[in-house]
Design a protein around this ligand. Structure first.
Ligand SMILES: [Zn+2]
Length: 114
């Protein structure tokens, strides 16, 4: 549920994917801190999603948005995870080069479908 103070704001006037102006959207507050809020915005026309970091300063409101394929329930998990390390990248590369990578990916995909 979006806090009352955000309902009158026009956060983004045009969907960056389908370019519909004043697009209908589902907006979820993911996390709120004194420095700002993390929002997940999904365009109801094309279903594309944005993660928006909104912060307040003496100069005004700052917003930084990124297109994502993450659902609102997944954003916080990745946001809290932190920065990728060199070890994370090397582990991902080793996983990718593993002969069974595609098979594991397909099994994982089957599990999430059911
Ligand atoms: Zn759209």
């Amino acid at each position: 549920m979006l806090p009352e103070q955000f309902k009158s704001l026009k956060l983004i006037s045009e969907c960056p994917v389908c370019r519909q102006k004043q697009f209908p959207a589902e907006i979820r507050l993911i996390e709120e801190r004194p420095a700002g809020q993390l929002l997940h915005i999904q365009c109801k026309s094309c279903q594309s999603c944005l993660v928006v970091l909104m912060s307040f300063s003496e100069q005004g409101i700052n917003m930084l948005g990124v297109l994502t394929d993450l659902g609102s329930d997944e954003v916080l998990k990745f946001f809290r995870r932190g920065v990728l390390s060199a070890d994370d990248i090397l582990a991902g590369r080793a996983e990718f080069l593993d002969q069974g990578f595609i098979g594991k990916l397909m099994v994982k995909n089957e599990i999430t479908k059911n």
